[in-house]
Design a protein around this ligand. Structure first.
Ligand code: IVH
Length: 670
């Protein structure tokens, strides 16, 4: 029987309400009242009706949770209020200090709320007339990325509130449950892709996917903890705010505790034993202690970095005791040899650990770590565990000292330790297979050329099969080359080739970073790309010119020169260019700002801007900031205690500006 548009409309509204209600019961309340099958039935009916009447699909329809069309890239969203971070406290004493400061500043004792500090990434959510309209990541705190489409796939996030509040802005934390994290990493390992170091990175990686379908597959969770703005009566306390949010249908963490004074706060902290933490289905890295009264919060305000009304109590690093079975040495991208202790597997902070970083030769000597030693290890900020100390009382006399190899374990080249450096380095350069491999892995990695599916395992495979010898060769691979290899079928081979193809357009900035020039990180790469605008021009630049750029010191400049003076590197660049990898910067809107084409030099301390902030403002307005004054300098911005650049500017008669003068120029005034 044909359904009329009006009937469809009515039924769709009903279905959406039902499905969201069951979603809420399942994902927020954890108390479903229908079976998965009945739920699937409702969803199927919804999808069929929407397929018949595509014009009736709305952004708040639960069908949108499966992930809409991919976005080319994320748009920037300016936050109404910056997303700050929290000051840390590591001991009860520091909590008492925090309480004392609050009492002094507020002029009265305060009551507090203690909440788990969810280890995820913060998001800012906007609802208009009760419908979820925009969601953004923290970004740099002031400007985040618009990840609305991806957030729609987070099941616990209400697409429509229980009441149509005219405007509501909230903040919360998106996280990846421990179980989903373990599953995801297992799958990535099986696929030869790099695993995520922790659930926070996994959550961030999942939310920042260009294809919302990928986000949808990652089972992210959400807790909301702050009302930034509401058009309804504002809650008066943090406890009320959390109740208010729960009442609108948001997931709010159940372990919030109201404490009447600081002693109750300390008692609550004690209740959070490592066992209790380990039993939670998601990671928390501490507890947040907040002044409960929102009026008092406003009085206390914030410093540039963090609010004065809250503090994060960080759990002490968890430690475990185990034995060093062996020490191995890995050769990194730049030839650095990193020693790693292989351990008897031991449980630590919720996972099994079987290796720990020993950092470098000096640290091994300082801690006197020997093979066979019993050691204390810890996870500091959940990264790779490290060896804290040896337990010498447990020595049997059988322990063996570790000697750093004189020759590279991968290529046999001589190993040197440069003056003033802690690291030992293989001198094999591009003749060292380990360095070659690490360079290609770096080239393909996400912040570099972002070639999806080209992880360490696949790179090894391609090298072993003799299909590539450097990053340049990637661009000449064909589907037929991959098919005979293990792990490749028609589709996966095609996917990899098209990912490689797509990376040609990643732009100069990423390319410069991807080349793996020693000391050139993402920031220096950006500076180079913005200044030179083409690979050829970077290649031609001499040391002097390079050192005039902000962020490029003598050491980095020398390293850039050395890279471009090496014929083997030039051969790789040639291959990249021939293959059509883009080596020119896109024309940028910046060149039309009020400072377009103008060159600035900064000297001295400005009253209201850090050097970085001033640089960012100038660059965003189309100008350029260089390190030294020459006749080509248009303006010198002078702060307190200026250096010799000021004298040079006066000598050359370059116009001088103070901060106010700079701000006038930025506003387009003379
Ligand atoms: S309140 C600073 N409450 O921790 C603005 N933050 O280091 C007030 N976080 O960026 C933050 N759980 O992403 C607050 N219950 C909680 C939190 C929480 C996790 C994160 C948040 C923030 C970071 C601060």
């Amino acid at each position: 029987m044909a359904v009329s548009r009006e009937q469809a409309q009515r039924r769709l509204e009903e279905l959406r309400r039902l499905i969201e209600e069951h979603n809420y019961r399942y994902f927020v309340l954890d108390a479903p009242i229908i079976s998965d099958r009945e739920y699937d039935e409702l969803m199927r009916e919804l999808l069929e009706l929407e397929a018949t009447f595509p014009e009736l699909v709305t952004p708040d329809s639960p069908s949108q949770r499966v992930g809409g069309a991919p976005r080319p890239e994320f748009a920037a969203v300016r936050h109404r209020q910056p997303l700050l971070s929290l000051a840390n406290a590591f001991s009860p004493q520091e909590i008492l200090d925090f309480d004392r400061r609050v009492r002094e500043l507020a002029g009265a004792p305060a009551d507090y709320v203690v909440e788990p500090k969810i280890d995820g990434l913060s998001v800012a959510l906007v609802y208009i007339d009760g419908v979820f309209t925009t969601g953004a990541t923290r970004g740099n705190g002031e400007v985040g990325e618009d990840v609305t489409a991806n957030l729609r796939t987070v099941r616990a996030l209400p697409l429509r509130l229980k009441r149509p509040v005219a405007r509501l802005e909230v903040r919360g934390e998106v996280y990846m449950p421990k179980e989903a994290f373990a599953r995801l990493n297992k799958a990535r390992e099986d696929a030869g892709e790099p695993v995520f170091a922790n659930p926070r990175n996994a959550a961030a990686g999942s939310l920042r996917q260009l294809d919302p379908k990928v986000t949808a597959s990652r089972a992210l969770g959400l807790f909301v903890y702050q009302v930034l703005y509401t058009e309804e009566d504002e809650p008066l306390t943090q406890m009320e705010a959390l109740e208010y949010l729960a009442g609108l249908g948001f997931p709010v963490n159940p372990y919030r505790v109201h404490c009447r004074h600081v002693q109750e706060v300390l008692n609550t902290l004690e209740e959070w034993t490592p066992e209790r933490r380990a039993a939670l289905p998601y990671e928390i890295d501490g507890l947040v202690i907040k002044v409960n009264n929102l009026g008092v919060q406003r009085v206390l305000g914030a410093t540039a970095k963090s609010p004065r009304w809250a503090v994060a109590y960080k759990f002490p690093a968890e430690q475990a005791v185990t034995r060093v079975v062996d020490v191995i040495v890995r050769v990194g991208r730049t030839g650095v040899l990193t020693p790693t202790a292989l351990l008897e597997p031991v449980r630590l902070a919720g996972s099994t650990v079987s290796r720990a970083s020993l950092h470098n030769e000096d640290i091994i000597r300082e801690k006197d770590v020997r093979i066979g030693d019993t050691v204390v290890i810890q996870k500091a900020g959940d990264v790779i565990p490290e060896v804290v100390k040896v337990l010498p009382a447990r020595r049997t006399g059988e322990e063996k000292e570790f000697h750093f190899p004189e020759r590279c374990p991968a290529c046999g080249s001589r190993v040197v330790r440069e003056e003033g450096e802690a690291a030992r380095r293989c001198t094999g350069g591009l003749a060292c297979p380990a360095q070659v491999k690490e360079r290609i892995i770096h080239f393909a990695s996400r912040p570099a050329m972002d070639i999806q599916g080209l992880g360490p395992a696949i790179v090894s495979q391609l090298l072993d099969a003799g299909l590539i010898a450097d990053a340049g060769d990637l661009y000449y691979l064909k589907v037929e080359d991959l098919l005979p290899l293990e792990r490749f079928a028609e589709q996966s081979a095609r996917n990899l080739i098209s990912a490689i193809e797509a990376s040609k357009d990643k732009g100069l900035e990423r390319l410069l970073f991807a080349l793996g020039i020693r000391h050139v990180g993402e920031r220096a790469a950006r500076t180079l790309a913005r200044h030179f605008r083409s690979l050829d021009r970077v290649q031609e630049a001499d040391w002097e010119e390079l050192t005039t750029l902000p962020d490029i010191g003598p050491k980095i400049a020398a390293s850039i020169r050395a890279f471009f003076d090496e014929p083997r590197n030039l051969a790789v660049l040639e291959k990249l260019k021939k293959a059509g990898v883009k080596t020119e910067a896109e024309a940028q809107a910046e060149t039309v700002g009020p400072l377009a084409g103008k060159t600035f030099v900064l000297t001295g301390t400005l009253p209201g801007l850090s050097r970085q902030e001033a640089t960012d403002l100038i660059v965003r307005a189309g100008g350029k900031v260089v390190g030294s004054v020459s006749r080509r300098t248009d303006y010198v911005v002078v702060g307190e205690n200026p250096g010799s650049k000021y004298d040079k500017a006066r000598e050359l008669g370059i116009p001088l500006l103070d901060e106010e003068g700079l701000r006038r120029l930025l506003r387009g005034e003379k």
